[in-house]
Write a protein that binds this ligand. Structure first.
Ligand SMILES: Nc1nc2c(ncn2[C@@H]2O[C@H](COP(=O)(O)OP(=O)(O)OP(=O)(O)O)[C@@H](O)[C@H]2O)c(=O)[nH]1
Ligand SMILES: [Mg+2]
Length: 860
């Protein structure tokens, strides 16, 4: 409202001619105030409106109208009414309070910059207006200005010492300030002013937690809870502070108080606290605060019911919810087996089998363990082994006293034939699990006519014979080794490990060959007891026999428990005749062999079977450890983490230093741009100096200046964009963060600043030619000075948003790393608790069983 309008208004009034309308207006104002008091704002607004219609120079009318409209939420008319009031002559006091009211109105409408401007004016006139100070403080904070905290503090101090409003303002100031010392001082002063206010004390407690001063925080939170036990805030704070202090029981206690007040914390919080206590009861209690389908709900149920398995993701997910390393270990350990049962071989085998079955990686190893458990209850298993055609089948037949196993010159035995006690007949068991029953007459022809393909499909053939010896021992006739039939060889070799003991058959003429040595070394390594039988001695003289025995003893003595010369053919013939102690049997070597078998094998059956089972366990430990990812993988993991952290630090350093440099460089480039523009302007206007002296400039002059400045500012800003983009991490993603997102945030900020600068330049060009130039000397310095004040500040539009984007980007990257690190901690924990530690315990149990070997009876 200019002076002319005012004069026009005055003229209108004079034309209307009367002080009557002024009096009427005063009257309307009075009645409007009455209506406001009665709460009838609509009518009050109408009455104020009539007042200003009657007398446009009545400040009470305008101010009353503005306030009433403001209360009614009609922002724009209220603002216009305030503005009208401010055009009128007002006392400094009145003017300030009106500016304050307008400022508050702007603040309420979210127009923070305008609010800040009005409130600053109001405060300049009335520095002790607590209300305006507070509103200005909040507006500044809303606009991201730290300075707001100072105004809030000033407002707080204006209130009397014992006022809770004043204390509240100090708390607000403490929340807003980034100066930690100041925050604490403000909070403590607020507590002094309002000692009974639980919110303030809890505010201090929370603040102290963020500073890592847990003990003090705890004391504050406790004091708050004690002072105001029926408010919920202190209990919440007490829960949070206790959780930060690692006292999860106390935190749960506080949570229970919150529940009692009708606002229990959510399930995720209960669960974390409960896991922190490592107490199943507390975890059950947490379950009451969750619902099916909620994160970790079913996993927790499964854990409590012992249904959690290492292979499902539930363990890792629960471990992630657990607040401490030891709580995470607690979660993982709910999956662990009970301690290894010490001293009981059956129990240890079953335990190892359960361990293997519970871990997907170890599952294949469960099968041999299951077989070992089953084998422990069977009679001693003696495998008859040797090169092909040495007389293994003949030996087996001699033992059975009957020609059961097929005997022949070519490689004859194609399957694993197990001789067991029984009425007769047999059974072929195939690899696919099926079996074929064979009658007493069928078994011989079946074995003799077996094709290679048939033999291949068979896992073993059981032959039942009513031989007393087979009650205590099962004899396995194996295909000959070194027979040039690899399939035969493979199945036979398995028995080097599966058998409890081995009878190794040599042929008298060709004993102790290199291939025999090789196989015997394997058997020895597997811990097998081996009895050497030198067969076919009927073909040799007594001295030759002695020589062969000496030779084999010399060559392979350390690999066999004994060497017995035998004629399997003669022994079978004698035993088939029913000869039990005749000369023929004695000279076949059979009685000596029987004695050796009795003392070496049959009499030590339990010890040998135990040895086989222990060997199976030891093999399981070795194989399981081999399957486990090597520990070097973990070290490499840790190395990668360190490298990733260093990469984030480096990226941060690069981004921050580029930003700091650009904060200076862009300003100086813009300054240079305005200097250059000033020079151009001088060149442009000097020839026409007189024109400007007369306040006239071409529109083209403005366009020219605008274009020059715009080009220069554009080029200056472009450099900033390039400088910032140059330090953005390479690649599409950086630790899980989309790099293009950061790039586009930078580009957007640059564009925003360009638009802002363009607006300013437009204004600058207009004002410069119309207002500044006519008043200044045509000198580059003065022109630059006049133009320079228009130089746009890149801080708000460009640097602040870019800084925020960079900080958010880096903090997300660090959060991602933290998460990865915790996940790798959990993986390591699971591996250690569920595999490495149990395997170590198992290895200990095995060696203690081995130490007790022979002194501890099998528990069956
Ligand atoms: N002279 C003599 N010949 C024997 C004796 N024992 C076995 N033989 C013969 O040696 C040959 C091979 O006998 P098997 O019992 O089939 O030998 P094997 O070791 O089972 O042979 P493969 O099953 O092919 O590995 C047959 O001709 C037997 O008659 C023995 O004590 N003295
Ligand atoms: Mg054979």
């Amino acid at each position: 409202m200019g002076i002319l309008d005012r004069i026009a208004g005055r003229v209108d009034q004079l034309v209307a001619g009367d002080g009557d309308s002024q009096a009427r207006a005063r009257h309307e104002v009075e009645s409007a105030r009455g209506l406001v008091e009665r709460g009838d704002l609509e009518s009050a607004a109408l009455a104020f409106g009539r007042a200003v219609d009657g007398d446009a120079f009545n400040p009470d009318g305008w101010i009353g109208l503005a306030e009433t409209l403001g209360s009614l939420g009609r922002f724009e008319p209220a603002r216009d009414a305030f503005r009208r009031a401010l055009t009128l002559p007002l006392s400094p006091e009145r003017r300030a309070s009106t500016q304050a009211a307008l400022g508050r109105l702007y603040a309420k409408a979210g127009q923070l910059q305008k609010a800040i401007r009005e409130l600053r004016k109001a405060i300049a006139a009335r520095p002790d207006d607590a209300d305006s100070l507070a509103t200005l403080g909040r507006a500044l904070i809303g606009a991201g200005e730290q300075e707001g905290a100072t105004f809030l503090e000033r407002a707080g101090r204006i209130w009397p010492d014992d006022s809770t409003t004043g204390a509240g303002l100090l708390v607000e100031a403490a929340d807003a300030t980034e100066d930690h010392g100041a925050a604490e001082r403000l909070l403590r002063e607020a507590i002094r002013r309002a000692p009974g206010d639980a919110m303030i004390r809890t505010g201090l407690a929370r603040y102290l937690v963020t500073r890592g001063r847990i003990a003090e925080a705890l004391a504050e939170a406790r004091a708050a809870a004690e002072a105001c036990p029926d408010q919920i805030a202190p209990w919440m704070a007490l829960r949070q502070v206790n959780a930060s202090a690692g006292d999860y029981r106390a935190a749960l206690e506080a949570a229970r108080r919150e529940r009692a007040m009708g606002a229990p914390p959510p399930f995720a919080v209960w669960l974390t606290l409960a896991l922190g206590t490592q107490d199943r009861g507390a975890i059950e209690e947490a379950m009451q605060h969750g619902v099916a389908g909620e994160a970790n709900f079913s996993e927790t149920r499964a854990m409590l019911d012992g249904r959690l398995r290492p292979q499902d993701g539930g363990v890792a997910s629960l471990a992630r919810a657990a607040p401490t390393p030891s709580a995470r270990r607690f979660v993982v350990r709910t999956l662990a087996l009970p301690p290894v049962p010490v001293g009981n071989l059956y129990a240890v085998l079953a335990w190892a089998e359960a361990l293997a079955a519970g871990q997907p990686a170890l599952l294949p190893l469960a099968v041999p363990l299951a077989r070992a458990v089953e084998a422990l209850d069977r009679p001693l298993l003696v495998a008859v082994m040797g090169e092909f055609n040495v007389g293994k089948s003949s030996f087996v037949n001699a033992l059975a006293g009957d020609e059961i196993a097929p005997v022949g010159i070519t490689p004859t035995t194609a399957t694993i034939n197990v001789l067991r006690y029984g009425a007769g007949g047999g059974r072929a068991i195939y690899h696919d699990g099926t079996a074929r029953e064979l009658g007493p007459r069928a078994i011989g022809p079946f074995l003799k006519t077996l094709t290679d393909a048939d033999a291949h499909a068979i896992r073993q053939v059981e032959i039942f014979a009513p031989v007393e010896a087979l009650r205590r021992v099962e004899i396995v006739d194996t295909p000959g080794l070194n027979s040039l039939r690899p399939a035969h060889e493979r199945v036979a070799r398995d028995f080097l490990i599966e058998a409890d003991a081995i009878v190794w058959v040599f042929a008298a003429g060709q004993a102790a060959k290199a291939t025999e040595r090789e196989a015997l070394v394997l058997a020895h390594a597997a811990g097998k007891h081996v009895l050497g039988v030198i067969n076919k001695v009927d073909r040799a003289s007594v001295t030759e026999i002695d020589e062969v025995v000496r030779h084999v003893q010399l060559e392979l003595g350390e690999l066999v428990q004994g060497l017995v010369p035998l004629s399997a053919r003669a022994a079978l013939a004698a035993r088939a005749r029913g000869d039990v102690e005749g000369e023929a049997l004695r000279s076949s070597g059979w009685p000596a062999l029987e004695a050796a078998l009795e003392s070496g094998f049959f009499g030590r059956a339990r010890e040998l079977k135990r040895g086989t089972a222990l060997a199976a366990l030891a093999r399981f430990v070795d194989e399981a450890r081999a399957i486990l990812p090597a520990s070097s993988v973990l070290i490499e993991d840790a190395g990668l983490m360190t490298a990733a952290r260093a990469a984030v630090d480096m990226a941060e350093q690069g981004l921050r230093s580029a930003l700091a440099a650009e904060r200076i460089d862009l300003r100086s480039r813009l300054d240079g741009a305005f200097r250059a523009a000033a020079f151009e302007v001088r060149e442009l206007v000097r020839p026409r100096a007189w024109l400007f002296g007369e306040h006239r400039a071409d529109p083209e002059d403005e366009t020219f200046l605008r274009d020059v400045l715009d080009d220069l500012a554009g080029a200056a800003t472009d450099k900033t964009r390039l400088a910032l983009l140059a330090v953005v991490p390479a690649g599409d993603t950086f630790l899980g963060q989309e790099v293009p997102d950061l790039v586009s945030e930078i580009a957007v900020a640059v564009e925003r600043f360009r638009a802002y600068a363009r607006g300013i330049i437009e204004g600058a060009a207009a004002v410069f030619f119309r207002v500044d130039l006519p008043r200044i000397r045509l000198d580059a310095v003065d022109i630059h000075h006049a133009l320079g004040r228009w130089s746009p500040d890149p801080e708000e539009a460009l640097f602040r948003p870019v800084e925020r984007a960079i900080e958010a980007f880096l903090s997300r990257a660090r959060a991602n790393l933290d998460e990865r690190e915790r996940d790798s901690e959990i993986t390591t924990l699971m591996r250690r608790e569920l595999l490495v530690t149990p395997l170590d315990a198992l290895a200990d149990a095995i060696s203690s069983l081995e130490r007790k070997a022979g002194t501890v009876e099998l528990s069956s």
